[in-house]
Design a protein around this ligand. Structure first.
Ligand code: PEP
Ligand code: MN
Length: 364
C-alpha cells in the first residue's frame, strides 16, 4: 500500500471543533432563527445545514440545493458564525467556494465511492478550505483513509474526520452502530487528525445522545456534531433525531469534557498509577500468551507424529463453554470472551499448522 500521508491538520477553532445546526436548510427564516438560538448557547461551534441531501431512498426531501446557498451565507454574515455544508459533486464544491462557505464536509455515501472522492479532490486542487470527511456507510477503515489521502493529495491541509457510525444489518439500538474501534484505530494511525463525533446520525433518537456524546468525550474525540432544529417535529429531514437549541445546550453542559479532567493534577497522578498497573498486567498477558503458544507448538508436533487432525471441534466447544461461564462469573461479557478466545484459537491453529509443516519438511 502506498504510504499514507496526511498533511498537517489545522484546528480552525480554539477548543472543541463542534458542528451544530439543522439537518437541512429549509428556509431562510428557519436557518436564521436556529443559528441565533444556537449562538445564544455560548458554546463554540460551526453552523451546519445540508443544501443537497443524499437520501438513501427517493421520494423524501432532497434539499433546496443552490437556492439555499444564500441562506447559509446570510447566517455567516448576519449571525457571525462560520458555516459548513456537505458537498458531493464538483459543481457543489465550485458553488460553495464562489459563495465563500467556510468549510466543507463530505458525506458517508460519498466517502464510500472513490470516483466521487477523486472528483471532489480535483475540484479542490490549489484551494485552501478545511474539509471534514465522514466515515463511509459501512465499517471499512481503508475507504475512510483512502478518502483522506485523496483530499490531502489535492493539497488540502486542514483535514478532520467525522465519525457518524456504520450500517450493519441490525443497528439496534442505534441508527448507525458506533463501532468505536474504528475511530480509535484512525486516531492511533493519525494522532494529529481531529475526529468529530456525529452523535445525531449514530443515535438517530434524542434519548441516546447523552450516552454517545459522553463516550465520544471519554475517548478524547475533538468535538461533536449535533443536529439542531428550532422545531424538530416539523423538520423536513431527520426529524426524529434533531433537538432544539435549548436541549442541545442542556445536553452539552451536562457532559464531562476531556480538557476539564486533564487539568486535575491529582487525577493525573492516580491515572498514571492505574496505567502502570495495566502495563504490568499487559506484560504478564503477553508472557502467558507466549507460554501458551510454545505449548501449542509442542502439541502440533505430537499431533503430526500421531496423525491427529489440528482442529478438534469438541475440544474447541468445550474451551469456549467453560471460559464463557468463567468469564461471566468474573464480570466479563460473552462477546469479549468470544473475541479473545477466537483470536487465540486462530493463532493456535496457525502455529500447529506451521509445526506440522516443519516436521514434515524435516522428515522429507
Ligand atoms: C447529514 O449530516 O445530514 C448526513 C446526510 O449525514 P451522513 O452522510 O452521515 O449520512
Ligand atoms: Mn441528517
Amino acid at each position: 500500500m502506498k504510504e499514507v500521508r496526511i498533511l498537517d491538520t489545522w484546528n480552525p477553532l480554539a477548543g472543541p471543533l463542534n458542528i451544530f445546526g439543522p439537518c437541512s436548510a429549509e428556509s431562510q427564516e428557519q436557518m436564521l432563527e436556529t443559528a441565533r438560538s444556537l449562538k445564544e448557547t455560548g458554546i463554540p461551534f460551526v453552523f451546519r445545514a445540508g443544501l443537497w441531501k443524499p437520501r438513501t431512498r427517493p421520494g423524501t426531501f432532497e434539499g433546496n440545493g443552490l437556492e439555499a446557498l444564500p441562506w447559509l451565507i446570510e447566517v455567516q454574515k448576519e449571525v457571525g458564525l462560520k458555516v459548513i455544508t456537505e458537498v458531493a459533486t464538483k459543481e457543489h464544491v465550485e458553488a460553495c467556494l464562489k459563495a465563500g462557505v467556510d468549510m466543507l464536509w463530505i458525506g458517508a455515501r460519498t466517502t464510500a465511492n472513490p470516483f466521487s472522492i477523486q472528483e471532489l479532490a480535483d475540484a479542490l486542487k490549489g484551494v485552501e478550505i478545511p474539509v471534514l470527511i465522514k466515515n463511509p456507510i459501512h465499517p471499512d477503515l481503508s475507504l475512510w483513509i483512502g478518502a483522506l489521502e485523496r483530499i490531502s493529495g489535492a493539497g488540502i491541509k486542514s483535514l478532520a474526520a467525522i465519525h457518524r457510525g456504520f450500517h450493519h444489518y441490525d443497528n439496534r439500538p442505534y441508527r448507525n452502530r458506533p463501532d468505536w474501534e474504528m475511530p480509535i484505530e484512525l486516531k492511533s494511525r493519525f494522532p494529529n487528525l481531529p475526529i468529530i463525533c456525529d452523535i445525531s446520525h449514530i443515535g438517530g433518537t434524542p434519548e441516546l445522545l447523552p450516552m454517545i456524546a459522553q463516550r465520544a468525550f471519554d475517548l478524547n474525540m475533538d468535538g461533536l456534531l449535533i443536529e439542531s432544529h428550532r422545531s424538530p417535529k416539523d423538520a423536513l429531514s431527520d426529524a426524529q433525531q434533531q433537538i432544539t437549541p435549548n436541549d442541545l445546550k442542556q445536553l452539552y453542559n451536562s457532559l464531562r469534557k476531556p480538557d476539564e479532567r486533564i487539568l486535575d493534577a491529582e487525577f493525573r497522578d492516580e491515572l498514571a498509577e492505574l496505567r502502570k498497573q495495566i502495563d504490568g498486567i499487559d506484560a504478564s498477558l503477553i508472557e502467558l500468551l507466549a507460554e501458551r503458544m510454545r505449548i501449542v507448538h509442542g502439541i502440533g508436533v505430537q499431533k503430526r507424529e500421531r496423525g491427529v487432525t489440528i482442529f478438534q471441534l469438541e475440544r474447541w466447544r468445550e474451551i469456549m463453554e467453560n471460559y464463557m461461564v468463567r468469564g461471566r462469573k468474573s464480570g466479563l461479557t460473552d462477546g469479549f470472551i468470544r473475541k479473545v478466545l477466537e483470536a487465540i484459537h486462530l493463532e493456535s491453529i496457525d502455529i500447529q499448522q506451521h509445526a506440522m509443516h516443519q516436521v514434515s519438511e524435516s522428515k522429507a
